[in-house]
Design a protein around this ligand. Structure first.
Ligand code: ADP
Ligand code: MG
Length: 486
């Protein structure tokens, strides 16, 4: 069993307790309560209806597609979907919130308790509880960098549907928190309910963290707001844990508060304390009826659920004979899994898995490209593998050919032809070459025959030198063995 990371303070050992709240922008064409578009990057205030701008007398109308996406996501989180849920007004003033309240769900969310498995490496899995998933609308965005003295507001984001997914405080270190965030992102991408794009803010994470001595009750938590990458979240949690430990060890008390993480300084700073926290005066929105979802509708989306990451990983292990690790890496993102399945079709799956993970992903990583942006597509990579499999090129040469395909384009076959990289497997040709080498080096031959077996490698080397490295090593070995042991 993997042990969670414990932290060493001045006075002993500390444990972390972490729960994450994730805001996932629902993948749908229009807003939660209006028909305006939700495209990312549109010019400011070009996607705002009267409802989004909170014109008096405008009435919200629920977007049923957003509800369907929440139902699907709930199923993927192994959660209970509630037949009745209620939209509440969460009241507060902010210049990017023209209504003066956000429509959210408070006491009765659309999705109740569930769980997901997180992968902790080496085949280790941990179950993390989900508290709830509720639907709410996003606020607008203030722009402070457009004018020296004025701030502007862009209401394009106002009313965009969000799913807030709240975990139980089940994570015990930043590795587990990272694995949870990655898994959740993977799941929403698999089912298409959110694009999971953290750079563009379609997936944002608030991390709640407290520390305690092993075996003690939960401590007071702080909430780290709006973190936009897995790496930053993990770093923020680590910094915050040490900060809290230091406070307690110096005789102080952790204050429950909201803090901001600054990735440039790698520190968290206080934003507002719980005492100053707003009283939101939640009450059911009188403009909206309770959301009533039939059992048929709930079941329909359960039946339509696609294969999820855990199931795909198990299938990859079973059908392709892959190790847990390889199957896990290849199913972490649906685009990897799809790519692998295209390339491995009709080919040696274990070989493909190994090559894709070690060489192909390494190259993508190096140039910071996603699999969709890869200059070499699945079919082209498959063609390269065929050349290895049928002995046209060696595995070593394949790496060079791949690099050429990746950086300058072109098909594997053409590159091999143009650069004369074809492996020589022609037995006659290699045999006469070997005979000549043996004839010319009688001294080495007799040393070899007298027991200096290391010299075998020297003969192989001569063959490789003569062919510029393109001789098929297997054929060379066989020929030399036969000739030298005569
Ligand atoms: P709030 O409504 O104040 O945000 P919630 O009960 O919704 O409070 O909890 C928010 C998040 O904080 C959840 O993800 C939960 O798992 C986590 N959490 C609750 N208590 C603790 C604690 N003592 N330490 C760390 N995380 C906690
Ligand atoms: Mg909360």
């Amino acid at each position: 069993m993997r042990e969670a990371i414990k932290l060493k303070g001045e006075t002993g050992i500390w444990e972390m307790v972490i729960g994450l709240e994730i805001h996932a922008q629902v993948n749908c064409k229009s807003k939660l309560f209006s028909g305006s578009a939700t495209d990312f990057g549109a010019s400011p205030n070009s996607q705002v209806s009267y409802v989004d701008a909170a014109m008096p007398g405008m009435l919200p109308v629920i977007n049923s597609e957003a509800v369907n996406q929440a139902i699907k996501t709930g199923h993927a989180l192994n959660a209970k979907i509630n037949n009745i849920s209620i939209f509440d007004r969460k009241n507060y003033f902010y210049p990017d919130l023209p209504q003066g309240y956000q429509i959210s769900q408070f006491k009765s969310p659309i999705v109740g308790e569930g769980w997901i498995n997180i992968d902790l490496g080496k085949g280790e899995i941990k179950k993390i509880g989900i508290e709830r998933l509720h639907l709410e609308q996003d606020a607008g965005k203030l722009m402070h960098d457009q004018h020296p003295r004025l701030s502007f507001v862009d209401l394009n984001r106002s009313g965009i549907p969000l799913m807030e997914i709240v975990s139980k405080p089940d994570m015990r270190d930043w590795e587990e928190a990272g694995a949870y965030l990655r898994k959740l992102r993977s799941i929403v991408r698999y089912i298409g309910s959110c694009d999971g794009n953290m750079d563009q803010g379609s997936l944002r994470c608030d991390a709640n963290i407290s520390v305690r001595r092993p075996g003690e009750e939960f401590g007071t938590r702080c909430e780290l707001k709006n973190i936009n990458s897995v790496k930053f979240m993990m770093k923020a949690v680590e910094f915050e844990a040490y900060r809290q430990i230091e406070i307690i060890e110096n005789g102080g008390e952790v204050k429950q508060e909201t803090r901001l993480y600054d990735p440039n300084k790698n520190e968290t700073r206080s934003m507002r304390s719980k005492e100053e926290a707003h009283d939101y005066r939640y009450f059911p929105d009188p403009d909206l009826l309770p959301l009533n979802i039939s059992n048929d509708r709930i079941e329909k989306y359960k039946d339509e659920l696609p294969e999820l990451p855990d199931q795909k990983r198990e299938r990859f292990q079973k059908d392709y004979g892959l190790s847990f690790y390889d199957a896990d890496v290849l199913t972490a993102d649906k685009s990897y899994a799809d790519f692998f399945e295209i390339v491995s079709k009709g080919r040696d799956a274990k070989f493909v898995a190994n090559w894709v993970i070690t060489n192909f992903f390494a190259m993508l990583n190096e140039v910071e490209k996603s699999i969709e942006e890869s200059p070499v597509n699945a079919q082209q990579l498959g063609e390269l593998f065929d050349l290895i499999q049928d002995g046209t090129i060696s595995g070593r040469t394949a790496k060079d050919v791949f690099e050429e395909m990746f950086t300058n384009g072109g098909r594997a076959n053409d590159i091999v032809e143009a650069k004369g990289l074809k492996q020589i497997s022609n037995t006659d040709e290699l045999e006469s070459m070997a005979k000549k080498i043996i004839e010319d080096n009688s001294e080495q031959v007799s040393k070899y025959k007298n027991g200096n077996e290391k010299l075998f490698g020297w003969f192989v080397g001569q063959m490789m030198k003569n062919t510029g490295g393109t001789a098929n090593p297997k054929v060379v070995n066989e020929i030399l063995k036969t000739l030298l042991n005569k």
